[in-house]
Write a protein that binds this ligand. Structure first.
Ligand code: NAP
Length: 341
C-alpha cells in the first residue's frame, strides 16, 4: 500500500448538468471544491476504484427512484484512499481505504469530505472486490434474508442469473444450503460458470422455461422468486412458486410492466413484493447496514463470494467504459480506476 499519492491539482469528475443520455450529458470536468485543502475534521480522498451500474444510467437519465441536485457527479459505488488529513482527524491515517460517499457521486478523481461521514473499508480486500461490496452483494444478502424464512434445502428461483446480483444470490444461497433454479438468456454461455458457483439448475429464460425447470426440482416448488427482468420472465417465475410463495421484484431490465398470472395470485396466495436497497438502508436500524457489509466482507475474504470484473478503465476513459458496460457480451462489471489506485 502506498501512502505517497499524486494528488491532481485540478481533480476531474464525470458530471452532468442536465439529465439525459450519458453520451450527450456527461462531461469530464474539474470540480473546484475537490481540490481544496481539507479543513479541520475533513480528509481528502482519492478515488481508487468505482463501479458502473444500470442504476447509474437511470440516475443520469432521470428515471431512477432518487435523483441528485444538478449539476451532479455520476456514480454510486466505489472505494477511495485517504490522501490528506485536515486538523484534528484521528479516525483515519493516510492510505486508509474508505467507501466513496455515494450521495456526492463517486465517478470523480478526488473529494474532500468530513471524516465522520466516511465509512472504513477493509484494506486487505482486493480493491475491485471492495469497490463492488456496497450495492449488489448486500442486495442479494437482503433478498435472501428479508422475505421468506428459508431453510437449507429450500428452492429459490431467479431470472438474470448471470447478472452481478444473480451471481451473488447463487453464491450466498449455496453457502446457506439453499438450492437455486437459475434462468438466463444464454445458458450455453453461462451454465458452466453458474454451476461452478453453486447453481443447481440452469435453464434458458424463454417460453419453455417453466416446463424445463419444474421437473428438475424433485417435486418441490420454489418459496422465493427474484425478478429483475419483468415481462414474460416474471410470469414464469410467479408460475413456478409454491403455496404462499413470494415474487420479489428489484429490477426491471426490460422496462416492461410486470403482469401477474391470476391463478397463482388467487389459488396459491402468491405475494408480489418490491425491494429497493436504498429504501431499506435509509430505514434500517443503526448498525444494520454495517452488519450486512461486514457479512459481505467476510465472504469476500474467505472466497465464498467473488464478483466478476469484465474490464477496468482509467476514469478519463469513462465514455469507453460506459460503451463497454452497455454493450452485449460483457462478463462482469466494468470498473473505473482513479488516482487512489
Ligand atoms: N432494487 C435494488 O435495490 C437493486 C440493487 C441492485 C441492483 N438492482 C437492479 O438489479 C438489476 C441487475 O443489476 P446488476 O448490476 O446485477 O446488472 P448487470 O450485472 O449489469 O446484469 C444485467 C443483467 O440483465 C440482463 N438483461 C439486460 N437487458 C435485458 C433485457 N432486455 N432482457 C432480459 N435480460 C436483460 C443481462 O443479461 P445478458 O447478460 O444476457 O445481457 C444481465 O443478466 C438491475 O435492474 C439493477 O438496477 C436493484
Amino acid at each position: 500500500m502506498t501512502t505517497n499519492y499524486t494528488i491532481p491539482t485540478t481533480p476531474n469528475a464525470v458530471r452532468y448538468h442536465a439529465t439525459g443520455k450519458p453520451d450527450e450529458v456527461l462531461k469530464y470536468e474539474a470540480v473546484s471544491d475537490d481540490a481544496r485543502e481539507p479543513a479541520a475534521g475533513e480528509v481528502l480522498v482519492l478515488m481508487e476504484t468505482a463501479v458502473i451500474h444500470p442504476s447509474d444510467l437511470g440516475m443520469i437519465g432521470g428515471t431512477y427512484g432518487r435523483l441528485r441536485a444538478l449539476p451532479a457527479v455520476a456514480g454510486r459505488e466505489g472505494v477511495g484512499r485517504v490522501a490528506k488529513l485536515g486538523a484534528d482527524v484521528t479516525k483515519f491515517k493516510i492510505g486508509d481505504r474508505v467507501r466513496m460517499p455515494e450521495d456526492a457521486g463517486v465517478w470523480r478523481e478526488a473529494i474532500v469530505a468530513r471524516a465522520d461521514d466516511l465509512m472504513s473499508v477493509p484494506a486487505d480486500l482486493p480493491a475491485e472486490q471492495a469497490a463492488m461490496a456496497f450495492i449488489n452483494p448486500p442486495t442479494a444478502w437482503l433478498l435472501l434474508h428479508e422475505f421468506a424464512d428459508l431453510k437449507p434445502g429450500d428452492w429459490i428461483i431467479q431470472n438474470a442469473s448471470n447478472s452481478a446480483v444473480g451471481e451473488c444470490v447463487i453464491q450466498l444461497a449455496h453457502a446457506l444450503g439453499l438450492r437455486t433454479a437459475c434462468l438466463v438468456r444464454s445458458p450455453e454461455k453461462h451454465e458452466a460458470k453458474l454451476r461452478a458457483m453453486g447453481a443447481d439448475v440452469v435453464v434458458a429464460d424463454d417460453d419453455k422455461a417453466l416446463k424445463a425447470v419444474m421437473p428438475q426440482l424433485g417435486g418441490a416448488a420454489p418459496r422465493l422468486a427474484l425478478n429483475s427482468i419483468g415481462g414474460m420472465s416474471a410470469i414464469t417465475l410467479t408460475r413456478s412458486l409454491g403455496q404462499d410463495g413470494q415474487l420479489v421484484t428489484f429490477g426491471g431490465m426490460t422496462g416492461d410492466a410486470i403482469r401477474f398470472p391470476t391463478r397463482e395470485f388467487i389459488f396459491k396466495n402468491v405475494a408480489l413484493r418490491g425491494f429497493w436497497m436504498d429504501r431499506w438502508a435509509r430505514s434500517a436500524k443503526p448498525g444494520a447496514l454495517q452488519a450486512v457489509f461486514d457479512a459481505v466482507y467476510a465472504r469476500l475474504r474467505d472466497g465464498s463470494l467473488k464478483m466478476a470484473v469484465d474490464s477496468v478503465y482509467p476514469i478519463n476513459q469513462y465514455a469507453e467504459a460506459l460503451a463497454r458496460a452497455g454493450g452485449y457480451g460483457r462478463n462482469g462489471k466494468v470498473l473505473l480506476r482513479g488516482p487512489g489506485a
